[in-house]
Write a protein that binds this ligand. Structure first.
Ligand SMILES: [Zn+2]
Length: 355
């Protein structure tokens, strides 16, 4: 069932991902790569049938603690890197997977394993005598089997999007068994358009289908194990539809105005994204500390001179010297921290999409 209005298609010039929206108010920046500008594009797209959806009733507010704990380790946060701003910018986006229904026939061969029990004994020498203990051991007998398989398979999953970034890292643990039949009453909806073609999806689904067939043949043999499964099959009656499942995207601007993205999988409560440390904010602290350090240095020198006349001032000079060294050290740490931290949080997806 397809309800999306094909009039509203948006594209990202950076990662080339297209979005289908039932409103003309799409999120910006790009919910896939985080690039600043997403705009309407003139592109005709026939939406595939959406068959299943992974349901989710989460509200952005339900992620307040998750976000708070995620951003907490970042020192010198940009002004807009805060819970309130991130919750306000949060939007639910749907990610696609292809679902393949297919009839398959073919001759198969495999090596299957049957477990059996063997009773043996373990001899040990204790307190001057040999003691025998019974040991039950499981062994596997491997046999070669062949057969003919003819069956219809529904909802074999295959990737619909080829982008490899932090979204894929958070959504890969989703449990698609909890999917439900899609209802057109679901609104609003922003859906990422598949960039893997139906023909490619059928090829990609073949490996998942082979696993399902392998399990079936193992059951037919009443075996406990299977290996070297091979089938020469023909596929007929292909039918492709979509399973869609949600993730939440939010973003904030750093002090230079550049956007940074954060993604949440509502089912697994997994969060990933860019926790940016602000060079501007850190520099402000560093300048204050250097001013304190400089003042302390001057007082150290002054106390040093005066200690010739007033000996106890040598203690004050020593303490002031410590203050000078510590404040200067912390000041340098403030200057170095943002670049070190941001390097650790480097956006590898951004580099990939720029290729
Ligand atoms: Zn993008």
């Amino acid at each position: 069932m397809t309800i999306l209005n094909p009039e509203y298609i948006f594209g990202c010039p950076q990662c080339k991902v297209l979005f289908l929206s039932d409103t003309d108010n799409i999120v910006s920046p790009c919910p896939v790569c985080g690039f600043a500008v997403v705009s309407k594009v003139d592109f005709k797209y026939q939406t595939p049938n959406i068959e299943l959806i992974l349901p989710d009733t989460s509200s952005p507010q339900s992620f307040e603690t998750l976000i708070s704990e995620f951003i907490q380790p970042t020192k010198f946060k940009p002004t807009r890197l805060n819970c309130e701003s991130l919750l306000r910018n949060m939007k639910k986006i749907y990610f696609p997977k292809w679902l393949l229904d297919v009839s398959a026939q073919g001759n198969w061969n495999a090596t299957v394993g049957f477990d059996y029990q063997v009773e043996s004994a373990k001899e040990s020498y204790q307190q001057g005598q040999w003691i025998s203990q019974k040991v039950n051991e499981t062994r596997t007998n491997w046999e070669h089997r062949t057969g003919l398989l003819e069956n219809t398979y529904n909802n074999i999953l295959a990737d619909a999007q080829s982008k490899d970034n932090w979204i894929t890292s958070i959504i890969k643990h989703s449990n698609f068994q909890k999917s439900e039949v899609y209802s057109s009453t679901l609104k609003p909806l922003v859906l990422i358009i598949p960039d893997i073609t139906p023909d490619q999806a059928i090829l990609n689904a073949a490996s998942n289908l082979k696993k399902v067939m392998s399990t079936e043949c193992q059951k037919a043999c009443k075996a406990q194990h299977i290996k070297s499964f091979d089938i020469k099959n023909n596929y007929t009656n292909h039918n492709l539809s979509l399973l869609i499942f949600p993730f939440f995207h939010t973003w904030y601007q750093d002090d230079e105005g550049n956007p940074h993205s954060i993604w949440i999988n509502p089912q697994t409560k997994t969060i990933a994204g860019d926790r940016h440390a602000s060079t501007k904010s850190a520099s402000k602290y560093a300048m204050i500390l250097f001013a304190v350090s400089l003042t302390s240095l001057l007082l150290t020198v002054l106390s040093g001179f005066l200690s010739a006349a007033i000996p106890p001032l040598i203690i004050a000079a020593f303490l002031l010297l410590m203050v000078t060294i510590i404040t200067a050290g912390v000041g340098f740490y403030c200057l170095i921290y943002p670049s070190q931290w941001n390097k650790q949080n480097q956006k590898y997806w951004f580099k990939k999409s720029a290729d």
